[in-house]
Design a protein around this ligand. Structure first.
Ligand code: MSP
Length: 535
């Protein structure tokens, strides 16, 4: 039985109110309501490397989706974690002269700490070294064996430790894997999975489920790879010991990818507890980097189908971050430390930049200049200013109370109706994992808010028409409330600060609060500067 801790990271000193609310709301309602579900997973990260921007990126994207669907009222499971077996990890531990288990405990913790710092709202932090996960991997092995999908043979060929992948002779160029990873020739007894038998069923599955792999260009790449022919896959190693033993033949450990992919099942408690699995699996979305799409979109559905199980609902592959045009990783140099950036500029600024700057699915290049431009233009000028000028004016002019509106004009009504329309558009973009478009839509709304304020000029009506001024300020406050609800999955800390200033109760920060309105005359807090501009 897996204990479903909704926010294992809740040891945070300053848990944002949005998070707190989500947990309470979840726990209060789960017992008596049957809600739509959503299962979002990030890849689990190799513990040979210190966490960098790439790891933070995938997990932040998942977090935006998780928070969005929670606000939409869905019951969300969100898995992230660490991939702790395999030759790569074994070698690093050996080189450091540390017992692999102690080594992985240590590095896994750094990922956990990073995700706490990032404010990730994962419900599960899963590790491949956990006993429950061993059970799931061995259960998968037995299913495959019982279904005659595994046979014993011998592997002679190329292996890239960096990718933990086998490569065919035809894929090796200049002595390297297509990814540029160094390869070594291995000859060892090995169990094989009958992947070749799954070529046609996979192609049929892709055709019958056009939304299974996204974006479209990646889907086409996968289809042409599979059409090119599939060889049986080596799924055990005898030359390493750091892994899950093959049931009944402990001289072999299970290939690290067959091991790791099963985390998506074991993280739900499978096979001991099938309840969460049954509840969430049909709504599963794996977010992965483009480099590991083949494992997720070819091997994983083949393993599952061969075991008599359903593939996940959808797999989305995002692009890669580079810095100054070069790859980022410890082994290649030029790492970007997300913690350093967050310490300097704040969590939301980092999160906003990586999710907004690059269309989700494309590659992107990190530059400090682009980062500062976004922070200043989008967060400080567009969002921060709108809120700051409105709330400071209301607080001062109205003795810290929300204004009372009079009759509303067509412009007032249009502005107040905008957030609900925006939610419809945002939802459409989120369904397609066009995270950047969902964000763009919210910022278009914020521009409208600024424009309304500039046109209506409430400050100019103080002496001539104080009643109209009150109405305009009320409209602005109610608009800002709704915008902060919409932006909660994008910039959670900033959004919850705004909602706190407006005195919005924690349980009124959901999408169903959008059409409702603020209570006139209610107290607001003294506004504090929200976004620090970088000069
Ligand atoms: N352990 C496997 C995943 C197993 S999932 C069952 C793995 N781990 S990894 O740590 O090497 O990479 C994890 C994820 O980080 C991948 O999705 C990868 O694409 C992503 N990134 C690593 N570096 C990246 C960038 N520079 N930019 C964007 N994402 C990148 O693969």
């Amino acid at each position: 039985m897996v204990a479903f801790s909704l926010f294992p990271n809740s040891s945070l000193d300053h848990e944002p109110p949005g998070l707190l609310w989500s947990r309470q709301s979840f726990e209060n309602t789960i017992h008596f309501m049957k809600r739509e579900t959503f299962y979002i997973t990030s890849p689990i990260y190799y513990v040979n490397d210190v966490p960098h921007i790439g790891h933070a990126y995938t997990t932040l994207a998942c977090d935006m989706l998780a928070r969005f669907y929670r606000q939409a009222g869905r019951d969300v499971a969100f898995l992230t974690g660490t991939d702790e077996h395999g030759q790569k990890v074994q070698r690093v531990a050996e080189a450091k002269g540390i017992d692999p288990k102690l080594f992985v405990d240590d590095v896994s913790k750094t990922f956990r700490i990073l995700f706490e710092k990032l404010g990730i709202s994962n419900t599960v932090f899963a590790r491949t070294t956990s006993p429950d996960h061993y059970k799931a991997v061995q259960d998968m092995w037995k299913r495959l064996k019982d279904n005659n999908q595994i046979y014993l043979g011998s592997y002679s060929g190329w292996y890239a430790v960096r990718d933990e992948a086998f490569y065919g002779e035809d894929e090796i160029k200049d002595g390297k894997a297509p990814t540029g990873a160094p390869v070594e020739y291995v000859t060892e007894p090995s169990y094989f999975f009958r992947l070749s038998a799954w070529q046609q069923p996979l192609l049929d599955y892709y055709e019958a489920h056009p939304d299974f792999i996204a974006p479209e260009s990646r889907r086409n790449e996968v289809i042409s790879f599979v059409k090119g022919g599939l060889r049986d896959l080596s799924i055990s190693r005898t030359s390493i010991t750091w892994g899950v033993p093959v049931p009944g033949d402990e001289a072999h450990v299970i290939y690290v990818w067959l091991d790791a992919l099963n985390i998506y099942l074991s993280g739900l408690g499978y096979p001991s507890d099938k309840e969460a699995f049954e509840k969430f699996w049909s709504e599963s979305l794996h977010i992965v980097g483009k480099d590991i799409l083949r494992f997720h979109a070819v091997y994983w559905p083949a393993f599952l189908m061969a075991a008599g199980m359903q593939p996940p609902k959808r797999i989305f592959a995002h692009g890669w971050w580079t810095k100054d045009g070069e790859k980022i990783s410890k082994s290649i140099g030029k790492p970007i430390d997300p913690v350093e950036i967050m310490d300097q500029y704040g969590n939301d600024a980092f999160r906003y930049f990586v999710l907004r700057e690059v269309p989700f699915g494309n590659d992107g290049d990190y530059s400090e200049m682009a980062f500062i431009n976004r922070l200043n233009a989008d967060l400080a000028n567009t969002y921060g200013n709108l809120v700051q000028r409105t709330l400071a004016f209301v607080y001062k002019q109205n003795e810290g109370k929300l204004p009372t509106p009079g009759a509303m004009t067509a412009e007032d009504k249009t502005l107040l109706a905008l957030p609900s329309t925006m939610l419809t558009d945002m939802t459409k973009h989120m369904e397609a994992q066009s995270l950047h478009r969902a964000i763009e839509r919210v910022w278009e709304g914020l521009f409208e808010g600024n424009r309304y304020m500039d046109v209506q000029k409430p400050w100019s009506l103080k002496a001539t028409d104080p009643e109209r001024m009150q109405t305009i300020l009320y409209v602005l406050c109610d608009f800002i409330r709704q915008m902060a609800i919409l932006s909660s999955s994008i910039v959670p800390e900033l959004s919850s600060k705004i909602l706190d200033q407006l005195g919005i109760a924690i349980h009124k920060r959901d999408f169903d609060a959008l059409g409702k309105s603020l209570t006139p005359g209610a107290d607001i807090l003294e506004p504090k500067p929200l976004v620090q501009k970088v000069v």
